[in-house]
Design a protein around this ligand. Sequence first.
Ligand SMILES: Nc1ncnc2c1ncn2[C@@H]1O[C@H](COP(=O)(O)OP(=O)(O)OP(=O)(O)O)[C@@H](O)[C@H]1O
Ligand SMILES: [Mg+2]
Length: 407
Amino acid sequence: MADTLIRALVAVEGLDAFDVQRAMPDDPNFELVGMTDGVDDTVRMLQTRQVDVLLVACQGREDDRSLQIIDGAHRSAPDVPIIVLASTSPNGFLRRAFEAGAADMAIFPQTKEQLRFAMSIAIARHPGQHAQQTERKDSRLICVLGPKGGTGKTLTSCNLAVALALAGQKVLVIDLDLQFGDVGLCLGLPPEKTMYDLAVSGGSLDEDKLGDYIMTHETGVDVLLAPARPDQASAITIELLRDILVVARGAYDYVISDTPPGFTAEVIATIDASSDLVMVGTLDSLSLKNTKLGLETLGLMEYDKSKIQLVLNRADTRVGISQHDVVAVLGSEPNIFIPSDREIPRSVNEGIPIILSRPQSYAAASFHDLAGLFVTTRPGPNGSDSAEAAVAAPERATRSLFRFKRK
Ligand SMILES: Nc1ncnc2c1ncn2[C@@H]1O[C@H](COP(=O)(O)OP(=O)(O)OP(=O)(O)O)[C@@H](O)[C@H]1O
Ligand SMILES: [Mg+2]
């Protein structure tokens, strides 16, 4: 998260300005635009400076001027999210602060990391000018994430997409690893058109326009590729991403977003817009710890736990960690286990997802199982479950940790 520049304006009311300033993040990607005192000063700064977020640091009393500051700031700069930093939070004050236009509230003092996180979330969540809710009621946006690099997010995104397409679903994969995206490589698609081309094309976005920048895999999976070069990533703004997600959800049964490691601004915006999350971790103590932290972060973001599917990759690796240990660390049993398979690196190198190159493998079966968690089951002919049947892999043995046979 520390990689996104945050320009914050801080209005102080009834607290020691020096204490408030000292509490601000001190990483190079945090810029304190200024400290203001009162409504006029705050509004003037909002109108003349580039501000991503306004913090109103106050005592949280109903009669203090902070409510006027929030109200004035919200009216003059509705695009700037406002976080109330209050030393107390009586109910009456909170209600009035939200009515006046506050986006979030945090108790002061906070650690620098907590404060940065609260600001990132408020910025990512703040509705842009363009966000219109036009998504189809039954379409799903599945955000595949993992707090660490190399856990198997891209592998999971690509194989899940193909499994859903094989089950007759209309699927789009969006590669949100904007700097180092490799969905194209995994699916063997050349970067002829990318999200960068879409970003620099100008004009408004609709289904037809999105279609102009999409590459199609032989299975019918559509892909919006990440920019071909890291320096092009900055062309993709959060506003554009929000528009893409809304338009894509209107056009597809399933939109799957592959993400970079960690909670970057675009990842937070996608999590907020998503209907489901797939959290991918691997079976080693470091990765488990990070997966747990990731789940805790989703908890802080108040994400509905029942919409998170936990995938444990390389689940048969002999590393001295028992199934009991996994459940004890993560607090719940993973939903899907993917075994280590030396055919996987080969399939990645060849650009053919393992679900196609080794359809009989346990790994392929695991991805079909994962798809089965999402496909809405509708009763088929003779009372059978058609969607369930469609995602069924050749072997649907009950898979569990350490139960994969070595091939
Ligand atoms: N179950 C597995 N068995 C064997 N190799 C695997 C397995 N899962 C992943 N790999 C290998 O690990 C590499 C990293 O996987 P992948 O690119 O999917 O991770 P990622 O989480 O997307 O990484 P990043 O965060 O860098 O984008 C792949 O090249 C793949 O070959
Ligand atoms: Mg990846």
